[in-house]
Design a binder for this molecule. Structure first.
Ligand SMILES: NC(=O)c1ccc[n+]([C@@H]2O[C@H](COP(=O)([O-])OP(=O)(O)OC[C@H]3O[C@@H](n4cnc5c(N)ncnc54)[C@H](O)[C@@H]3O)[C@@H](O)[C@H]2O)c1
Ligand SMILES: [Zn+2]
Length: 373
C-alpha cells in the first residue's frame, strides 16, 4: 500500500520539492500551508503539486492540524517562520508552539503516525567548529558583539585566543541557537526528538545547511542569501555583504535536501537523532555574490559597509558523515545549482527589491549593527 505523508509547509521551497519527490515515489501526499504572506506575496504558487491534496491552514490551528494528520504514516514537518525578522514572538508561536501542539494532537488522538521528520537547521549551532594550531578541534562560542563592533570578524580559540580556521561541524558540537530563529529551531528539534522517545514514535531532526533552488521566495528579504542577492542584481543594485564577505556557509541544492528527507523517511538508522544535511564544503559569501553576478551577466560589485548581525556565525560547514552513512550523496554542486536557480528566477516576472526597505527595518530594530568608527 502507498505510504501517506503530511508535508507541513508544502508550498514552500523545501516542502514543495519534498512533495514532488514523494509523489514521484508513489506516496500519497497531503500538504498543509498557510501561504505566509511574507513568503508568498502573490498568493498560492503555481508549483503546488496537483497530485497532492492541499490543505490551506495554519500549523497553529489545532482542529485543522488534527484533520490534516488523519490517516498519515509519516510527517515531513517543514513549516516554520524563518530568517532574521523582528517579530520574535511569532517565531516562538509558529515554530515552538506550532510544533508542540502538533505533537500534542498526535498523542491526544492516538494517531498511528509511524515517523516524524522535522526540519531543523544549522542555525542551532553557536559557531562552526574550528581547528587551533595548539589545541586541535575546538568549539568556539558565538563571537562577542564588542569584538564585532571593533571590526574583528575572526573566530578565536576559546582556550588560547589564537585565530582559528574552520573545519566541518559534527552533530555533537554544542547547540543552543544564537538568534531567535535558531533558538526556535532548537525548540522544534528538541521537542520532536525527546517527545518521540517518550511516546515511542521514531523521529529525526534534519539540520539543513543553507538551502537554495527554484521556488525560493523572491519576496522575502529576510532569508535566503542567494535569492536576496539575485533579486538585488536583477534590480541593478549591489548585493550587500555583512562583515567583510569572507564568512563561509555550506550550500545545499533543494532537490538534495528533499532526497535526504526521503532517505530519513525510509530508514530506521537515523531514528532519534539530529542529522546534518549539507554538502560538506564551505563557500565564502562574497564568492556567492560573484558567482551569481557572473551567472546573471549583471556585473555589479557587492557592497561592504561595515554592517554585521550579532549572533551570526562566521563559518559553518556541515560534517556530513552521519547522513552519508545511509547513502546520502549530494547530486547538484553549487555551479550547477546556481545555473538552475538563475534559469528559474529569469522565468519569474516582476522581480522587485524588497531588501532596501528590510535593511532599514533591521537597522532600526537593532538586528543589523555597524562597526564603531
Ligand atoms: N532554506 C534554508 O536555507 C533552510 C535552512 C535550514 C533549515 N530550514 C528549514 O526548512 C524548513 C523549510 O524552509 P524553506 O526554506 O522551504 O522555507 P519557505 O519559507 O520556502 O517554506 C516554509 C513554508 O511554511 C509555510 N508556513 C510558515 N508558517 C506557517 C504556519 N504558521 N502554518 C502553516 N504553514 C506555514 C510558509 O507559507 C512556507 O510555504 C523550515 O522549517 C526552515 O526553518 C531552511
Ligand atoms: Zn588554542
Amino acid at each position: 500500500m502507498a505510504k501517506r505523508a503530511l508535508v507541513t509547509g508544502g508550498a514552500g521551497l523545501i516542502g514543495s520539492h519534498v512533495t514532488d519527490l514523494l509523489v514521484r515515489e508513489g506516496w500519497k501526499v497531503r500538504c498543509l500551508d498557510n501561504l505566509e504572506p511574507q513568503t508568498h506575496r502573490r498568493g498560492r504558487p503555481a508549483w503546488i503539486n496537483e497530485k497532492a491534496e492541499f490543505v490551506y491552514a495554519d500549523l497553529r490551528d489545532r482542529d485543522m492540524i488534527a484533520t490534516a494528520l488523519d490517516k498519515i504514516d509519516v510527517v515531513f514537518h517543514q513549516a516554520a517562520y524563518g530568517g532574521y525578522m523582528p517579530e520574535i514572538a511569532k517565531y516562538v508561536h509558529v515554530n515552538s508552539l506550532g510544533t508542540a501542539q502538533m505533537l500534542e494532537v498526535i498523542r491526544e488522538k492516538n494517531l498511528p503516525i509511524r515517523k516524524i521528520i522535522a526540519a531543523s537547521s544549522q542555525a542551532v549551532y553557536s559557531e562552526g567548529a574550528g581547528e587551533c594550531p595548539k589545541h586541535g578541534l575546538v568549539f568556539p562560542p558565538v563571537r562577542p558583539v564588542e569584538q564585532l563592533r571593533r571590526g574583528d570578524w575572526q573566530v578565536h580559540c576559546p582556550l588560547c585566543d589564537a585565530i582559528i580556521g574552520s573545519v566541518p561541524t559534527p552533530e555533537n558540537a554544542p547547540v543552543g541557537g544564537e538568534t531567535v530563529y535558531g533558538l526556535t529551531k532548537m525548540d522544534q528539534e528538541r521537542l520532536v526528538l525527546l517527545w518521540g522517545k517518550q511516546v515511542g514514535i521514531p523521529t529525526v531532526a534534519l539540520r539543513y545547511s543553507c538551502t537554495y533552488g527554484p521556488r525560493q521566495s523572491i519576496f522575502n528579504p529576510y532569508t535566503g542569501v542567494i535569492a536576496i542577492f539575485c533579486t538585488r542584481l536583477l534590480n541593478n543594485l549591489p548585493p550587500v555583504l555583512y562583515e567583510d564577505g569572507e564568512q563561509t556557509r555550506d550550500f545545499s541544492f533543494v532537490e538534495d535536501i528533499a532526497h535526504a528527507n526521503l532517505l530519513a523517511g525510509e530508514t530506521d538508522e537515523l531514528d532519534g537523532l539530529p542529522v546534518n544535511v549539507g554538502s560538506g564544503r564551505g563557500t565564502p559569501i562574497r564568492q556567492i555574490a560573484e558567482q551569481l553576478s557572473f551567472a546573471l551577466k549583471i556585473h555589479i560589485a557587492p557592497e561592504v559597509n561595515g554592517e554585521f548581525r550579532p549572533g551570526e556565525m562566521r563559518h559553518l560547514t556541515s560534517d556530513t558523515t552521519r547522513i552519508r552513512s545511509i547513502g546520502y550523496e549530494p547530486q547538484v554542486d553549487l555551479a550547477k545549482g546556481i545555473a538552475r536557480y538563475v534559469e528559474w528566477i529569469r522565468s519569474q516576472s516582476d522581480i522587485r527589491d524588497y531588501f532596501s526597505e528590510a535593511a532599514e527595518i533591521l537597522r532600526n530594530k537593532g538586528i543589523v549593527h555597524r562597526v564603531a568608527r
